[in-house]
Write a protein that binds this ligand. Structure first.
Ligand SMILES: [Zn+2]
Ligand SMILES: [Zn+2]
Length: 619
């Protein structure tokens, strides 16, 4: 057993009072003050030997009182750090500190942090307070705090399961449950004799709403025996059905990054609200979302995490969205490695570095193909940005409104940064969810490009608090914009014109030719957005009324968060390990097949464009 192995490595006087799992991490509680203060090199040595993450915390008997500790922290941390909140989690011997500048709480080479540890014996856990207040981040953090007792038990049980004896991996197979030869309801079941893991579980977008779910009714899938779910990113075609799993009894872990957790919860809550507004019954309630959040395990990019006795997970930057990840699963001890790209952008953008491609070994890849056919060539990014600004200037100069339908999460923030860097002299309105999602971005600069990090860390250059930006949070505020004759830019949902506040703006502004509708993101087949791109001059409102579209329509392709054909091919050629098998998903049928064919021709490897419900044996 791993715990016995660690105990043997520890010095005799370590005075360990408790050894406990927190997921795949192993926590040692010590009663020895000196050992707690000086154990870092010793623990590093053991970590190298056993290849597991280990943390040492102080036994409750050593810990200084909460009031005294809080006072000490407030006196030792420089004021510039702007501490927003301090609270205690005695179950984990942790003190959580929320600050606008976490770097200043940590101090030069960890000086301040160590001082807090050495003097108070609490283990500080420092979190960035978003510069824009975010209700969703506040309530998630509060909930995790309230559930700390449950979390401790859950994580310990999870660790016991992960570290139970691993059996021989006789076979590995995956089943396509959704998102193959289509865009939407992405879902893949990965199985070995010992493990059953789901990668993504999303809703269908576009016209397929009669069948929005992945095929969860197949015999391979059983919610009772499911070990874990991995979430590549927050978009609802990947995350939309996850709360449904929890509502129907799943109590295993959800692995994703912290921004993915927060953004997914935001989108899922919005889905419930939309259903209520439209008098539809949602597929889950907020209870499902709460359970999901309670069971989240959130590794950092690059952190290797054991998730079952025979599977090890690493999430790396996907460049597609805040917190978006490519998913690398190592199976068996050195046996097989699978890379699932989720959605990827293999090109530097303002917001993100290009997709990570550095993996020691990859035997098989599942790659998206949203733009997977050869004729899919995106306009170069700089050109696309110029088109966006030039078109907007043209419209504003004639006194018009620039209406930009966008996903709340992703493109919205991309467009904000482009406007923030421009000389455009007009109000930029962010309706509802676009504003909420922007607030979440300000809490996680470390998940963005170097360029954005430096800008966000200098308040005056932070594009998300540019003085031209105005959040619209209520119908009253929206009415004001609808009635105003001032030229303005409006960013609003839904991105493909399937309802949402965009419809109100269209109702008011679409008849006037001086206004403009600018598409900046992917429009799925069957959506009103796609129809308008194809030349339809009318749109139906929710009440059935049809309105004419006289406003100017502009489509900008180059701002996509997805890779175009060449970027997908480049990504495969840049992978540091050449895979033997490449499977294509997340594209309409023609594009999946087309990318599979092109990859086979270029790289001479086996390629597949599986259909939903197909099972592929990897070994
Ligand atoms: Zn996506
Ligand atoms: Zn997607």
């Amino acid at each position: 057993m791993i715990l016995d192995e660690i105990k043997q490595e520890l010095p005799k006087d370590a005075m360990i009072t408790e050894v406990i799992y927190e997921g795949s991490e192993i926590i040692l509680y010590t009663e020895n003050k000196d050992f707690f203060r000086k154990c870092t090199p010793e623990i590093k040595r053991i970590v190298n030997k056993v290849k597991k993450r280990i943390e040492v915390r102080a036994d409750p008997s050593l810990i200084v009182g909460e009031e005294e500790t809080e006072e000490f922290i407030r006196n030792s941390v420089p004021k510039d750090a702007v501490i927003k909140d301090i609270y205690f989690e005695p179950e984990f011997a942790k003190v959580v500190i929320h600050a606008e500048k976490p770097g200043l709480v940590i101090g030069k080479s960890g000086e301040t942090l160590n001082l807090i540890k050495e003097k108070t014996f609490w283990t500080p856990d420092i979190k960035r307070a978003p510069v824009i207040d975010s209700e969703i981040i506040k309530s998630i953090r509060k909930m995790l705090h309230n559930e700390v007792d449950y979390r401790k038990k859950f994580l310990n049980k999870l660790g016991e399961k992960i570290y139970s004896e691993s059996k021989e991996v006789e076979w590995i197979r995956l089943t396509a449950l959704g998102g193959f030869r289509e865009v939407g309801r992405s879902c893949i079941l990965l199985q070995t004799p010992q493990s059953r893991v789901l990668m993504d579980c999303g809703f269908a977008t576009g016209s397929g709403l009669s069948k929005p779910f992945p095929y969860l009714d197949v015999s391979e899938f059983n919610i009772q025996t499911l070990d874990a779910v991995i979430l590549s990113h927050a978009h609802s075609d990947h995350s939309g059905v996850v709360p449904f799993l929890y509502e129907f009894g799943f109590r295993g872990p959800l692995y994703c990054t912290r921004p993915t957790r927060d953004l997914a919860a935001l989108l899922q809550l919005d889905y419930i609200q939309i259903c209520h507004r439209e008098n539809r019954k949602p597929f889950y309630t907020s209870k499902g979302i709460e359970e999901m959040i309670k069971h989240c395990v959130t590794p950092e990019y690059g952190e290797v995490t054991d998730i079952t006795p025979d599977m090890r997970l690493t999430l790396q930057n996907a460049g597609h969205l805040l917190g978006s990840s490519v998913v690398h699963v190592h199976i068996g001890d050195g046996l097989y490695n699978l890379l699932y790209t989720g959605d990827v952008k293999f090109e530097p953008t303002r917001m993100f570095e290009p997709t990570s491609h550095d993996f020691t070994r990859v035997e098989a890849v599942i790659i998206e193909s949203t733009y997977g056919s050869e004729e899919s060539v995106h306009q170069p990014r700089q050109e696309a940005e110029r088109t966006l600004l030039d078109s907007s200037r043209r419209c504003l100069a004639r006194g018009g409104k620039v209406i930009i339908p966008t996903f709340a999460v992703g493109r919205g923030q991309d467009v904000i940064t482009i406007f923030a860097d421009s000389d455009i002299d007009a109000a930029i309105y962010l309706d509802g969810m676009v504003w909420d999602a922007t607030a979440i971005h300000t809490a996680y600069p470390e998940f963005m490009s170097k360029y954005m990090q430096t800008r966000i860390l200098h308040r005056s250059k932070n594009p998300f608090i540019d003085p031209r930006l105005r959040g619209i949070g209520s119908q009253k505020e929206r009415e004001k914009v609808l009635q105003s004759s001032e030229p303005a830019v409006i960013l609003t949902t839904s991105g493909m014109l399937q309802g949402g506040p965009i419809m109100e703006y269209l109702k008011e502004f679409s008849s006037d030719a001086k206004n403009m509708l600018v598409f900046v993101g992917y429009q799925a087949e069957g959506t009103p957005g796609r129809r308008i791109q194809k030349g339809w001059k009318q749109i139906q409102l929710e009440n059935g009324r049809v309105i004419d579209l006289n406003l100017e329509i502009v489509t900008i392709e180059g701002l996509s968060g997805h890779s175009d054909f060449m970027q997908l091919m480049n990504y495969i050629s840049h992978l540091s390990s050449r895979p033997k098998k490449i499977m294509v998903n997340h594209g309409d049928a023609a594009r999946c097949v087309s990318l599979a064919r092109a990859v086979h021709k270029a790289f001479k490897v086996e390629t597949l464009a599986p259909k939903n419900l197909e099972t592929i044996r990897l070994r």
